[in-house]
Design a binder for this molecule. Structure first.
Ligand code: GUN
Length: 292
């Protein structure tokens, strides 16, 4: 079994990005800048944000967190988005999801200038991705593409099963891996809550990507020996042996599945650190496309 170590790869990629950013700074130009809007105080979102900003700082990017209370109106949030669209010092920004229920996320994402949409969530970028045109790729699928590529995991002609059809992970991942290219050229099945015989479908897969958010969903009887396993799930479960009383696990029964997998991502330390790298790469790309 080969561990697909996202934490180690993220460290390598951060060094590469830092060289690129240092070269920009040495010419006297300003650093690329990422802003993020966070509404409310969802603990998972707070933790993602902290990681994102720490990594930005490590590679020389500047960043700013813009916080709003849970009771912000849709109109006020759109005004905040427009302000960032118009700020020449902001190269890219994200609106952390999920948003409170009284806000229509689609309306907010549509208000983001596609040239600053480093999350790749605007329909313009999503459409360009589907057509194989240059665009910002959504962070998690982009991070997984980097992880596969840098670990020389071949996807060419492989049967890939993706579990979960969200706009953030499953659906874009299915598009990227079915596109021409490397990674890509896969035969993709996008499985979801209405899929019949999910066990049988997974058992035939060369590569399983689980983005469901259910601990221990992918069990050893669903996995073909030698399969590649990418676990996007981040689930907190009770664990009274820990001081905190809980621990993070993915969607995959790692202990039982890892001995039969050819490659597998750990949770934490697999896909998570790669999404941060993808976001930073998109921000540097946005910077380089602008007139700085
Ligand atoms: N919530 C969970 N993942 C993401 C992400 O990649 N981007 C944003 N903006 N929110 C998220």
């Amino acid at each position: 079994m080969n561990l697909l170590d996202g934490r180690a790869l993220a460290t390598t990629l951060k060094s590469e990005i830092k060289v690129e950013v240092d070269a920009i700074l040495s010419t006297g130009k300003r650093a690329p800048h990422l802003s993020a809007i966070l509404v409310g105080n969802n603990p998972a979102s707070e933790s993602y944000m902290k990681n994102k900003f720490k990594s930005c700082e490590a590679v020389g990017l500047t960043s700013e967190l813009i916080r709003f209370n849970e009771d912000i109106t849709e109109k006020e949030l759109i005004s905040a988005v427009v302000k960032l669209n118009e700020d020449p010092k902001v190269d890219g920004f994200i609106v952390q999801l999920p948003l409170p229920e009284h806000i229509d996320s689609n309306k907010i994402l549509l208000a983001v200038d596609p040239s600053k949409d480093v999350d790749g969530f605007h329909p313009y970028n999503f459409g360009c991705m589907a057509q194989g045109l240059d665009c910002f790729l959504p962070a998690t699928p982009y991070g997984i593409m980097l992880l596969l590529d840098r670990n020389n995991v071949s996807t060419e002609g492989k049967n890939v099963v993706i579990i979960g059809r969200s706009n953030i992970v499953g659906t874009p991942m299915s598009l990227l891996l079915s596109r021409k290219g490397n990674p890509g050229n896969s035969t993709v099945t996008l499985a979801h809550s209405r899929t019949k015989n999910i066990k049988g479908i997974c058992k035939a897969a060369d590569i399983i990507i689980s983005a469901l958010g259910k601990p221990f969903f992918v069990t050893v009887d669903m996995v073909k020996p030698g399969a590649v396993i990418i676990d996007v799930g981040i689930n907190r479960i009770d664990d009274l042996s820990r001081k905190s009383g809980s621990r993070l696990v993915g969607d995959v029964d790692f202990e039982k599945v890892s001995p039969i997998a050819s490659h597998i991502t750990p949770v934490p330390g697999g896909v998570g650190p790669m999404t941060v790298i993808a976001l930073i790469k998109n921000t540097v790309k946005a910077y380089n496309k602008g007139n700085n």
